[in-house]
Structures are given as structure tokens and as C-alpha cells.
Design a protein around this ligand. Sequence first.
Ligand code: CO8
Length: 277
Amino acid sequence: MEFVTYEVNGAVGIITINRPQALNALNSQVLDELDEAFSSVDLNTVRALVLTGAGDKSFVAGADIGEMSTLTKAEGEAFGKKGNDVFRKIETFPIPVIAAVNGFALGGGCEISMSCDIRICSDNAQFGQPEVGLGITPGFGGTQRLARLVGAGMAKQLIYTARNIKAPEALRIGLVNQVVSAEVDEAGNQVKTAQENLMAVALKMAQTIAANAPIAVRNCKKAINEGLEVDMDKAVVIEEKLFGDCFETEDQKAGMGNFLKKKDDPTKVKVVEFLNK
Ligand code: CO8
């Protein structure tokens, strides 16, 4: 792949959009390669993913404006569907995906981050949906996911005004979970840049997730995602079913069995040792 890299670090996979000359803008090829990268994840061994952009300036500066500039109505719709299909694949991917947002997350960049489960950003990050300034609407899920994440009023304000917001405001409105700055030692010397620290924090969170019972984690993602799409009566039924499924897993037996044993019992096992039922 030319514009997307995939590496595995223990039980955590890292997918990087690597087109820094265009600030990691999403053209058709990048979207195809992202699709391929997610398809290549070995779900028997990888339990959480981090999605980031190459370089220290931009996560993703949007869909590729050059490629979009000459599209017809039908081609525009098809391009929107191409992005939506990939982003929906990320959103419904069986394991959690953390977006490590290292700079600009504009238009399609903000939208791809919102298809991830969790967003962490560096303190130089900027988010926004600048589409109406370009004569288009957000077309990779922005009108839908931004409203669901930050509420319809705030989403409408951001989308209608096309105003970019900085990391602290993104944190305040709930668009990101955490903002990461450079790490400094006690003497005030920089130990890690904000970008390095961002990846360290994202990887640590991914490793924490990966150390928990994997089927339970997957079922939580499914329950939250699917429950949000239906009314509460149906949502609690989805939860009950996925909760019940856990009682057929080794993880549940080991996890609860451990709790009931004495602290120093040598027969205690880690739930993470079990992946399958
Ligand atoms: N598409 C293509 N190329 C881009 C993009 C982009 N979105 N963003 C940056 N680039 C390129 C620039 O053209 C430039 O290339 P070159 O060096 O060859 O001239 C290079 O990246 C560096 O960019 P700048 O020189 O502009 O860097 P600055 O630091 O001056 O500015 C900005 C950085 C502020 C991020 C600026 O590049 C910018 O405003 N970029 C565009 C941001 C934007 O409007 N994004 C939204 C695009 S629309 C969108 O995403 C719609 C999604 C839904 C699509 C649905 C389809 C139907």
C-alpha cells in the first residue's frame, strides 16, 4: 500500500494514513487502502486499534479537494458512498478503534475520527467541518455523527459557520476524550513532543483495553453502537442478549472465578488468556 501503513505491537494494531505531502487528505486510493488495512487485521490476535496520521501537522485535512473539484452529481454521490462505506466499517469494526488525532482533523478528517470509538488529540489539533465554505455538505457522515456526539445545536453551529475549533474547545464540547501535550521532566525539559506523547497515551489506552476480556469488550462496543440506534425498550434487549452471551465464555468463568478465590490463590488466571468461547 502506498498511503496507508499497518503495524502490530502485541495485541494492538496501528493504522497510519501516510500522505503527508497532502496533509493526509483522503483521495479514492487512500480510502481503498484504508479498507484493505482494516480487512487485513487479524482479529484472533489484535484486540484494539489506533488510527493516526503521519507527521506532526495533520491527522487528515479532509477529503481530497482536487479529486472532488470536477465531480458530477452522480460521481459526488458515489464518492460519498465510498467514504461512508469505509467509515461505517471502522465504526462497526468488531474491536475498539482509537483515533490519535495529531493535528488538523478537518472535513473528512473530523468525520473519520468520529467513526472511531474514542478520540484523543494533541494540543495542536484543530477540528472542523469547513464544507459549506467549499459549497458542499459534510458527506462522509459529518451531519450525522457530529450531531450524535455533541448534540444537534452545537453540530449545527459548527457545520453552518464552518468554523474550526482548537483542542480545548473540542474537549469542552465532548468531541474528544482527552488532549495530550508534550511531556516535560521536573526540570522543565521536554521528554516527549506532543505527537510522541499522543501516541504513547493512545497505545497505553489500547493496551489497557486489550488486557480486558476480549469478547466482553467486543460485546460492549456492539451493545453501545446498536443500542444507540433504537429506542430504549429495544436497546435493553440488545444489552440483555449480549450480556447473556458472555456466560458462554471462558473469560466470564475465569474473571468471576478469580474474584471468588482468595487473593494469593495460585490457581488464579488472567481473563486475557482466553479469546474464544
Ligand atoms: N485536499 C487536497 N489537498 C490538500 C488538502 C485537501 N483537503 N488539504 C491540504 N492539502 C494540500 C495542499 O493543497 C498543499 O499541497 P501543495 O503543497 O501541493 O500545494 C499541502 O496539502 C499543504 O497544505 P497547505 O499549504 O494549505 O498547508 P497550510 O499549513 O498552509 O494549511 C490547512 C493547512 C489549513 C489544513 C489547509 O491545507 C486547508 O485549509 N486544507 C483544506 C481543509 C479543508 O477544507 N478540508 C475539508 C475538505 S472537504 C471534505 O473533507 C469533505 C468530506 C466529505 C466528502 C464527501 C464527498 C461527496
